[in-house]
Design a protein around this ligand. Structure first.
Ligand code: RB5
Length: 145
């Protein structure tokens, strides 16, 4: 699975930890920035990663900002993106099984890195359940038209 990852300055440190984890797990990933703690605007990163995932260049994406809120709101403006902001493993799993989330959003200033890595692991392992959930996800896509 190919992952596109990105953060603003508020999520930079957690992004680096998640990259280490992905490397250890042998998960292919590309970092679309930011590359330091210098201040940047999260919508720019959300757009880049969102477009890569929506275009199918990457199967899934991970986005991090201070709260995870701004970057998930912005990513969800890109047609085809279903970004889920998760602060617990149950939501992470459900966002895949029920919502077919293709981007995971995290808040570095909200959760610790131990929980964040557990959320990433859960989210990467979980699969879309389909069935009745497929109809609902199709209705989400219809809202974009
Ligand atoms: C940046 O200071 C902060 O606003 C950003 O990382 C994020 O939390 C926005 O939702």
């Amino acid at each position: 699975m190919k992952i596109a990852i990105g953060s603003d300055h508020g999520g930079f440190r957690l992004k680096e930890e998640i990259k280490d984890y992905l490397r250890q797990q042998g998960v292919e990933h590309t970092d679309f920035g930011t590359y330091s703690t210098a201040s940047v605007d999260y919508p720019d990163i959300a757009q880049t990663v969102g477009e890569k995932v929506a275009a199918g260049e990457f199967e899934r994406g991970i986005l991090i900002c201070g709260t995870g809120i701004g970057i998930s709101i912005a990513a969800n403006k890109v047609p085809g993106v279903r970004a889920a902001l998760c602060g617990d493993v149950f939501s992470a799993r459900m966002s895949r099984e029920h919502n077919n989330a293709n981007i995971l959003a995290l808040g570095e200033r909200v959760i610790g890195s131990g929980l964040a890595l557990m959320i990433v692991q859960t989210w990467l392992e979980a699969e879309f359940a389909g069935g009745r959930h497929a109809r609902r996800v199709e209705k989400i896509s219809a809202l974009e038209k």
